[in-house]
Design a protein around this ligand. Structure first.
Ligand code: GLN
Length: 491
């Protein structure tokens, strides 16, 4: 193996694409290098539920052939991982649950199909909180994921496997999903880049549903440039998702180099209230100063209903999940209990055995808030507050192009610390949930360290302004090195 191959694992997708184009290495060599690395390191992290080594080597060989004959898409031969919430034809798709431990998807999700169509090589399926419900990856049936920066800590969740794998340089990029923060919070806690696009920007077809009015697919990478590259492939209208939006997909890469001079950055007064760790606040303020040094101007804005976003979310999301998860009945697919006396007993036992505690808690809460007599008091009220929160963002975006603040109130916390205290766990998403309730795009980028653990800067923009998020993040990364730091056990 030549010197240039030694450190293939540390290169971004953009660098790897250049190396493949120049013939420095083949996709087969790159794939083997990363599969070996996954084999050597994943015991420590538990970031994977399934490693698809054979399929990966086959698609790498196909990618090399295509390249040799002058064909191949924009991601030809480049490695990616999929969160195990995306259906992958012929490959186990568990959603982190015992319920789907035996489920082999009969079709590909649109996101999976599009990335494969562009030539990407899938190395495996990543661990996640069960049905994407969680902020620490501890609700996974397959055990928690560990944070590469400190193996005693959580990588965040629910896309914790994707984030940990990208941070540990087991792959340059992974897909994720974000219903209340599940791409951005793990990105922040692992020092990676995570983008959740506008609701409807990326198809949800074949992405196992949690809360359909909030769920959105996105990516976790190490650079904003890589995120732009992948999002350009994933985004776009899909007639198989009735909430997918028929808007042209801009060339996200083309705009990255435009300076951010004159960009109006909103600083939310409520973001720096008591809940934010004081050392994280220092990193966030320093990151905002970097944006100012690049010519951005800052403007104070208000999000007066910010503190209502978590309670609103915990009515809307459980309500929708209680309906979405009713399909798991032990009859058509998924876990089926062995000894059932009758049909009702089969439902009860299959669901009782198949779902974990957090999923059951959400289903029960959701069923309650939707039940006759409580619907108006809880669900309808939550929808009204959701409108207020969306209006707050609308007013803010009249004055600013992007809102900048913390992604998460603290750096990574220790595994076990919050799992028995759901309210504290739920409050972890206070800064991210608003973007989901309002359908806005949000992005987290690494901006510092506190006690050796990464801190994330959260950026939110108006609907369909992903370009602004990516450009602002790319410009920040051109002038900072936080994203280049590698956890020492994985260097
Ligand atoms: N942590 C939040 C929850 O538990 C958000 C999860 C997500 O975005 N999928 O619901």
């Amino acid at each position: 193996m030549s010197d240039s191959q030694q450190d293939l694992f540390s290169q971004s997708m953009t660098e790897l694409a250049a190396g493949l184009d120049a013939g420095d290495f083949t996709s087969a060599e790159l794939t083997e290098t990363l599969l070996e690395r996954i084999g050597a390191h994943d015991d420590k992290l538990n970031a994977f539920i399934t490693v698809t080594a054979d399929e990966a080597l086959q698609s790498a060989a196909r990618a090399d052939e295509a390249r040799a004959s002058g064909r191949g898409g924009v991601l030809n031969g480049l490695p990616v991982l999929h969160k195990d919430i995306f259906c992958t034809r012929g490959v186990k798709t568990t959603c982190g649950s015992r319920m789907l431990d035996n489920f082999v998807a009969p079709y590909d999700a649109t996101v999976v199909e599009k990335l494969a169509g562009a030539g990407a090589v899938v190395l495996g399926k990543t661990n996640m909180d069960e049905f994407a419900m969680g902020s620490s990856n501890e609700t996974s049936y397959f055990g928690p994921v560990r944070n590469p920066w400190n193996l005693e800590c959580s990588p965040g969740g629910s896309s914790g496997g994707s984030a940990a794998a990208v941070a540990a340089r087991l792959a340059p990029a992974a897909t994720g999903t974000d219903t209340g923060g599940s791409i951005r919070q793990p990105a922040a806690l692992t020092g990676t880049v995570g983008i959740k696009p506008t609701y409807g920007r990326v198809s949800r077809y074949g992405m196992i549903a949690f809360a359909s009015s909030l769920d959105q697919a996105g990516v976790i990478t190490r650079t904003a440039e890589d995120a732009a590259r992948l999002l350009g492939v994933m985004a776009g209208f899909d007639e198989r998702d009735s909430t997918s939006i028929d808007e042209p997909v801009p060339d996200y890469i083309a705009g990255l180099d435009r300076p951010i001079k004159g960009l109006r950055v909103g600083i939310v007064r409520q973001h720096f209230d008591a809940g934010l760790d004081a050392d994280c606040a220092v990193s966030i303020r320093e990151a905002i100063a970097v944006l100012e040094s690049l010519g951005a101007t800052t403007v104070e804005v208000d999000l007066p209903n910010l503190d209502l976003s978590v309670p609103t979310y915990y009515v809307v999301a459980p309500a929708e999940c209680s309906s979405n998860l009713s399909r798991f009945d032990g009859v058509r697919f998924g876990h089926r209990a062995d000894e059932a006396e009758d049909l009702m007993d089969l439902y009860c036992r299959s669901r009782g055995e198949g779902f974990g505690d957090e999923v059951k808690r959400r289903i029960m809460t959701g069923t309650y808030v939707l039940s006759a007599g409580y619907y108006d008091a809880y669900y309808l009220k939550a929808q009204q507050v959701r409108h207020l929160i969306a209006d707050d963002f609308r007013s803010a975006f009249a004055d600013v192009d992007v809102i900048a603040g913390p992604t998460s109130p603290t750096p990574a916390f220790r595994l076990g610390d919050k799992i028995d205290d759901p309210i504290t766990m739920y409050l972890n998403d206070i800064y991210t949930i608003g973007a989901n309730l309002a359908g806005l795009p949000g992005m987290s980028i690494p901006c510092g360290f506190v006690n050796g653990l990464p801190v994330g800067l959260h950026l939110v923009a108006a609907h369909f302004a992903e370009e602004t998020l990516l450009r602002c993040s790319h410009q920040f990364q051109q002038h900072t090195d936080w994203h280049k730091a590698c956890p020492k056990d994985f260097a």
